[in-house]
Design a protein around this ligand. Structure first.
Ligand code: 5GP
Length: 209
């Protein structure tokens, strides 16, 4: 039987650097990053189908109605969703899939796919988080405060996750995530069936071939 891929959910408050971590993780590893759909406007340099699938509200709603999303959530006034069929097909094909999504979305995925690996990215400190949100420069003052206040509350959700990774430096955070994925691939409840199947195969060969 073909081993399924892992579903790795990387999540955490805005400004913790999860996007940068995912980019670095993908550069070094053969993982498949799911491209989300969103109703927000593209930022400078963002490309449709690469960074996001940019949809209008009606197109997004139609996809909700046809149950095309593994999860979706409203984040800061815009909708974001993970297209379901591509993700599940990649996992069935043995690919490890990475989702970089907000906390509400991650908790929804956990309900429908509890065997996923749920990783919470933490800032080194709240002060550092504030600096990072400000330095990003893409937010208005109002949305900056909204994001910071939300981040402050969202840290409490860490207890619902399997792993917490502090983003001191991107390099170290990526190393920790790679170690988590390596360990998860070796978990007995994930590999047991394959080991037992191949053991049966050997016995079968010796008895009957
Ligand atoms: P941004 O607008 O800065 O690209 O993303 C805003 C937030 O939406 C980030 O926290 C990002 O992780 C989250 N996000 C991106 N794609 C998805 C998705 O498919 N589902 C959910 N629930 N959140 C997403």
């Amino acid at each position: 039987m073909k081993e399924k891929g892992l579903l790795v959910v990387i999540s955490g408050p805005s400004g913790t650097g999860k996007g940068t971590i995912c980019k670095a993780l993908l550069e070094k590893n053969d993982f498949w990053l799911s491209v989300s759909a969103t109703t927000r406007n593209p930022r400078a340099g963002e490309v449709d189908g690469v960074n996001y699938y940019f949809l209008n509200k009606e197109e997004f709603k139609n996809k909700i109605d046809s149950k095309d999303f593994l999860e979706y959530a409203e984040v800061y006034g815009n909708y974001y969703g993970t297209p379901k069929s591509n993700v599940l097909a990649a996992i069935d094909n043995g690919k490890d899939v990475v989702l970089e999504i907000d906390i509400q979305g991650a908790l929804r995925v956990k309900e429908s796919y509890p065997e996923g690996v749920f990783i919470f990215i933490l800032p080194p400190s709240m002060e550092e988080l504030k600096k990072r949100i400000i330095n990003r420069g893409s937010e208005t003052n109002e949305s900056l405060m909204t994001r910071f206040k939300a981040a402050y509350k969202e840290i409490n959700y860490v207890s619902k996750y399997n792993y917490a990774v502090v983003n001191d430096t991107v390099k170290e955070a990526v190393k920790k995530i790679e170690s988590i994925i390596t360990a998860e691939r070796c978990r007995v409840d994930r590999v047991k069936e394959n080991i037992l199947d191949s053991k049966e195969g050997i016995i079968h060969e010796q008895l009957y071939d």
